[in-house]
Design a protein around this ligand. Structure first.
Ligand SMILES: Nc1ncnc2c1ncn2[C@@H]1O[C@H](COP(=O)(O)OP(=O)(O)OP(=O)(O)O)[C@@H](O)[C@H]1O
Length: 244
C-alpha cells in the first residue's frame, strides 16, 4: 500500500516579475512502513515538495495522495493521518510548550500523552516557557512533538536534526527508529548523509526541482558509478555534481 504518492507535481513562485520553478514534474512514492530520505542542495525544492505533499500549498499541476486522500480536498482525513514537522515551524508564539502540545493533541481522537512526549523531547524543564522564548533547537523539538502527538500513520520531518546538539540529535535518530518499529511511514528531508544512510530504506535526490535519483543508499552508490564501498555522501555529491 502506498502512503504518499505525488504525480507530475509542478510549482512556480512568482515574485516581483520573476518566476522560479521550484518543483518541476516531480513524481515520487513512499510505501507504508518505509523510511524515505528526500535529499538535495539548498533551493532544490525539498520544502516546496513537502508543502505540496502536506497540502500547505496548492500545486500548479499534478496530484498528491496521502493514504489515498487528496490533502487539499480531504483536509480533515489527511490531518488525522499525517504529521508534519516543518523547517520553519508556524506555531503560536504566546503559548507555552505544554499548551502547544496539548492543543495539537486535542485535534486528534487518539494520540500520545502530551506530558510524556514533552519529556521525551527533552523539554521537561521548558514545559511552561512560551514558544517565543525558546532557543532554535528547542523550537525544533516542539515542532517535532506537535507532529507526533496525534500518533500519525505518516510523518514528514523537514530537517529533523538541524540545529540540534549531538545529544538531542542522537535522541531524534532513536525516535525515528522507534517510528519504524511502530510501522509509521516517514519522509525525512535531510542534509545529513550519515543520518540517511542509517535510517532510510530509500532516498530520493532532487536537483533544480527535478528527481534525479531514487534508490536505496547502496543503489545510489551504484547509480553514481562508484565502488560498492563508497559512502552515500560521495554518491550524493557525484549525482548532484553530475546533474549540473
Ligand atoms: N515563498 C517563496 N517565494 C518565492 N520563491 C520561493 C519561495 N519559497 C521557495 N522559493 C524558491 O523555490 C526554490 C525551492 O525552494 P525550497 O525552499 O523548496 O528548497 P529546499 O530544497 O527546501 O532548500 P533548503 O535546503 O535551503 O531548505 C528556491 O529557488 C527558492 O528560492
Amino acid at each position: 500500500m502506498t502512503a504518499i504518492r505525488a504525480t507530475n507535481l509542478h510549482k512556480e513562485y512568482r515574485r516581483r516579475g520573476r518566476t522560479t520553478v521550484a518543483v518541476d514534474d516531480v513524481s515520487l512514492h513512499v510505501e507504508v512502513g518505509e523510511i524515505v530520505g528526500l535529499l538535495g542542495r539548498n533551493g532544490a525544492g525539498k520544502s516546496t515538495t513537502v508543502d505540496l505533499v502536506s497540502g500547505l500549498r496548492a500545486a500548479d499541476d499534478g496530484t498528491v495522495r496521502v493514504l489515498g486522500h487528496d490533502p487539499r480536498v480531504d483536509r480533515a482525513k489527511v490531518r488525522g493521518v499525517l504529521g508534519v514537522q516543518l523547517q520553519q515551524p508556524r506555531l503560536h508564539d504566546a503559548l507555552t510548550v505544554r499548551e502547544l502540545v496539548r492543543l495539537h493533541r486535542s485535534f486528534y481522537p487518539t494520540g500520545r500523552d502530551p506530558d510524556e512526549l514533552v519529556e521525551a523531547m527533552g523539554l521537561a524543564d521548558r514545559r511552561d516557557t512560551r514558544f517565543e522564548k525558546l532557543s532554535g533547537g528547542q523550537m525544533q523539538r516542539v515542532s517535532i512533538a506537535v507532529a507526533l502527538v496525534g500518533n500519525p500513520r505518516v510523518v514528514i520531518l523537514d530537517e529533523l536534526t538541524t540545529g540540534l546538539d549531538p545529544e538531542a540529535r542522537r535522541g531524534m535518530l532513536d525516535l525515528v527508529r522507534g517510528l519504524r518499529e511502530d510501522g509509521t511511514t516517514v519522509l525525512l528531508v535531510s542534509h545529513h548523509m550519515d543520518e540517511v544512510e542509517k535510517l532510510c530504506d530509500r532516498a530520493i535526490v532532487l536537483d533544480a526541482g527535478r528527481v534525479i535519483a531514487d534508490n536505496t543508499p547502496a543503489g545510489l552508490v551504484t547509480d553514481a558509478s562508484l565502488p560498492a564501498d563508497a559512502g552515500l555522501e560521495e554518491a550524493y555529491l557525484t549525482l548532484t555534481g553530475a546533474a549540473r
